[in-house]
Write a protein that binds this ligand. Structure first.
Ligand SMILES: Cc1cc2nc3c(=O)[nH]c(=O)nc-3n(C[C@H](O)[C@H](O)[C@H](O)COP(=O)(O)OP(=O)(O)OC[C@H]3O[C@@H](n4cnc5c(N)ncnc54)[C@H](O)[C@@H]3O)c2cc1C
Length: 404
């Protein structure tokens, strides 16, 4: 066990898979760990519990988590649903961590992190001022019962991006009328063939977006239609000639099957209208339905009226408010930590096969704020190529940077 972290107080924010791995790894290294979660352990993954992961069990569990639990919870090559991942791995891991002395506090949202004795503009390390290294962190925590202050020597931000969906409108902005139409908009992946079925098997349903979330929603809606659902489906995509990339001998068989199916749908599927090259200009409500005004590539507007539901699959962004009082250098394009964003851009940027990513190394996880690290899905900012394996590797690197 490392002497370097013994007695150090680590606050990990977010009990998703990467936050739990960070808690496990820091505890293993001798630190005193508090894990703060705004909801329940695995809250974000549970929200998409009906979705099957593309990656198999052997890729979804972290090394420290597995050392604590002793074994994979299921067959290594099998693909769990989000719900199974929570029930069979994240919850048992949280229980094991508690037994090991990690304090896990649920229903506790961290609303801000700063330094106890320094303002954001004070003590700038780049000009040789080392005071931030000594000043302890001050976290404002809302819940479970009241607001309180927690202090820590090291803070790990593993808050993901699930809580911050992007807007629907053109240019990434809220479209005029978007906020008023909130009751018609689903910002997270609904369980179309399960719990949310009643809302999606009739009327006119629009899906906006061109990534895997949109594909997952369309696949479920098409399945619902095949099972007798009567909804008329509309798929709005910015790309004028959309298609899903397929990779040779793709080991992520679920991803490959979804891509193949979506390419069929994009070529033409009964009951599905494709609005390629279109963006949402505005929304309005009439006769208890929402009307989407779309703009195409040539700037012409056309109306998609009378939608009963709109699924917004336009991606997620990190919560920047949390670390606003710290000296964290963020990328102006992705909103991820700058050095990591620059390394990813140099390695080819977004797009391509997320499985082909290589770790850019530990140093890119440092920011001008000493002992504050962003890990997990949030470290990719608005990027969507994050894989759990990368997050687990980051955790190992961060513990190393902290002297563990
Ligand atoms: C539908 C879907 C399918 C995916 N499938 C795969 C896959 O097959 N394989 C793969 O490798 N990756 C997959 N991913 C990507 C990624 O691995 C997951 O998003 C994963 O959950 C990211 O883990 P995380 O711990 O970084 O963040 P999250 O799981 O999002 O956890 C963050 C946690 O922080 C909490 N939190 C947020 N803000 C605060 C706050 N202020 N205070 C306290 N707590 C807070 C949240 O409630 C949440 O529990 C998928 C993502 C999605 C959305």
């Amino acid at each position: 066990m490392s002497e370097g972290l013994r007695g150090r107080r680590v606050a990990v924010i977010g009990a998703g898979p990467v936050g739990l791995e960070a808690a496990a790894r820091f505890a293993e290294a001798g630190a005193s760990v508090t894990l703060l979660e705004q909801g329940l352990v695995g809250e974000a993954v549970a929200a998409w519990g009906h979705v099957r992961l593309f990656s198999p069990w052997k890729m979804n569990c972290g090394p420290s988590g597995l050392r604590l639990l002793g074994a994979l919870p299921a067959e290594a090559e099998a693909f769990p649903t989000g719900a199974a991942f929570v029930a069979d791995y994240l919850h048992p891991l949280a229980a094991a961590l508690r037994l090991r002395g990690v304090e896990i506090v649920e229903k506790s949202q961290v609303v801000a992190v700063g330094r106890q004795t320094l303002l954001k503009g004070e003590a700038i390390g780049a000009v040789g001022d080392r005071r931030r290294e000594q000043a302890i962190f001050r976290l404002i925590v809302d819940g479970p019962a009241t607001e309180r202050v927690l202090t820590a020597d090291i803070v790990i931000d593993a808050t993901g991006t699930w809580s911050q969906p992007n807007w629907l409108g053109r240019g990434g902005l809220p479209a005029p009328g978007e906020r008023l139409a909130a009751a018609f908009l689903t910002r997270h992946l609904p369980d179309v063939v399960g719990a949310a079925r009643k809302r999606f098997d009739f009327g006119r349903v629009a899906v906006v977006g061109g990534g895997y979330s949109a594909a997952t929603a369309i696949a479920a809606l098409v399945e619902l239609r095949a099972a007798g659902g009567a909804a008329e489906l509309h798929w709005v995509l910015r790309d004028p000639s959309p298609s899903y990339a397929r990779f040779e001998d793709d080991p992520l068989t679920g991803r490959d099957a979804l891509s193949a199916r979506m390419n069929e749908v994009l070529r033409g599927e009964a009951g599905v209208t494709i609005h390629a090259g279109c963006e949402v200009e505005a929304l309005s409500i009439s006769a208890q339905r929402v009307n989407l005004s779309l703009t195409d590539g040539a700037g012409a507007e056309h109306l998609l009226p009378g939608c009963s539901e709109v699924i917004c699959a336009t991606g997620y962004r990190p919560d920047l408010e949390l670390c606003r009082e710290l000296q964290v250098h963020l990328c102006y394009a992705s909103e991820g930590p700058m050095k990591l964003a620059a390394a990813m851009l140099a390695a080819g940027g977004a797009g391509g096969d997320c499985l082909a990513q290589e770790s850019p190394g530990a140093e890119v996880l440092r920011s001008p704020e000493p002992n504050f690290f962003v890990v997990g899905a949030k470290s990719y900012g608005r990027g969507s190529a994050f894989l759990l394996g990368m997050g687990y590797e980051q955790v190992e690197q961060v513990v190393g940077l902290c002297g563990g």
